[in-house]
Design a binder for this molecule. Structure first.
Ligand code: GLV
Ligand code: GLV
Length: 326
């Protein structure tokens, strides 16, 4: 009997073709709209696998409706939208898509860092609004990236890829991570720092840690106050890691110079959100991994992960190998 796989979005063609060739698929018909909860509840009941995105909450209540389920593959590196503990208890493998997005996401981290430092969006808007009437000495002046101190919070694969880019900009790189990475320190010339030191010495702070109960609200008022008034904060990880109300206050009062944000506590973030009203915030709609090639590879990897799990093979990226014990 063919396996049944629920696909919560129309994915890039290659991934859809792969899934359809190997399983009976139940597909949410839209590419630009998330699957409804009722669609998931209706179809997960007899599903063997699910391929989902970070827009779906795969929680314990949903998993409880899925007695046949063996695998959930998310087309993302982050998996905080999935109750992994509940999945493990039910013997459901969870797979994700690291590696293929590392360089693309590091590119975006740097793009956002530079856009924020040099006020690119503000400058472009200024020109388009017809405000550019003359060249002047301090017009739209920003912060230097070359030679500055970069603090990376979360030294995983993406953190290392950002650090490599920083070498080309002659930056002094500090990092903070749950565990020290002596080999990476040596290879990339990194300096380990406790969080308060990293925050107080860095000109740019890039948040790259996964969202977990330990990192939720990691950067709040108290931490923001340690940063230089000329510093820039970049978050391309997950929204809730930086407290948005406290960030707004810091940017508004001038105790922090600017922020670049690719992620928000609630996504999609409404255009009326206070942070989006500030000129010193550069905002993006969660596009860290958004290159054509990488998004296609992520979709394929998510599809392959579920198909391999259902075929009894070991997928490349299993989040919860403990589930095998069940
Ligand atoms: C994007 O944020 C991802 O987790 O892949
Ligand atoms: C994600 O791949 C990370 O380890 O940073």
């Amino acid at each position: 009997m063919r396996m049944k796989i629920v696909i919560t979005r129309q994915l890039p063609q290659e991934a859809m073709a792969l899934l359809r060739a190997h399983a009976d698929t139940v597909e949410w018909p839209h590419a630009e709209q998330p699957a409804s909860r009722s669609f998931l509840e209706e179809h997960i009941g007899d599903a063997d696998g699910v391929v989902c995105l970070l827009t779906e909450r795969i929680d314990a209540a949903l998993l409880a409706r899925a007695p046949r389920l063996k695998a959930v593959g998310t087309m993302s590196v982050g998996y905080n939208h999935i109750d992994v503990k509940a999945a493990t208890e039910r013997g459901v493998l969870v797979t994700n898509t690291p590696d293929v997005l590392t360089e693309t996401t590091a590119d975006l981290a740097f793009a956002l860092l530079m856009a924020t430092a040099r006020r690119l969006v503000e400058a472009s808007d200024y020109l388009r609004r017809g405000q550019w009437t003359t060249w002047s000495p301090l017009q739209l002046t920003g912060m230097d990236v070359f030679g500055a101190t970069l603090g990376i919070i979360g030294m995983g694969r993406i953190g290392e890829a950002v650090a490599r880019r920083a070498q080309g900009f002659g930056m002094n790189v500090l990092y903070h991570n749950r565990s020290r990475k002596p080999e990476a320190e040596e290879r990339l010339g990194l300096t380990y720092a406790e969080l308060p030191r990293l925050l107080s010495e860095s000109d740019f702070v890039v948040v790259l840690t996964p969202y977990t109960p330990q990192t939720a609200g990691l950067i709040r008022k108290e931490q923001l106050q340690l940063m230089k008034p000329t510093a820039v904060l970049i978050n391309i990880a997950r929204g809730g890691i930086v407290d948005e109300a406290d960030l707004y206050d810091a940017l508004r009062s001038g105790s922090l110079w600017a922020a670049g944000l690719d992620v928000f506590e609630t996504e999609p973030v409404p255009a009326s959100h206070p942070l989006l009203t500030l000129p010193n915030v550069v905002t993006l709609p969660h596009i860290g991994s958004a290159s054509v090639r990488t998004r296609t590879q992520m979709a394929l990897l998510a599809a392959e992960g579920v198909l391999q799990a259902l075929a009894g093979q070991r997928p490349r990226h299993v989040v919860n190998p403990e589930a095998y014990a069940r």
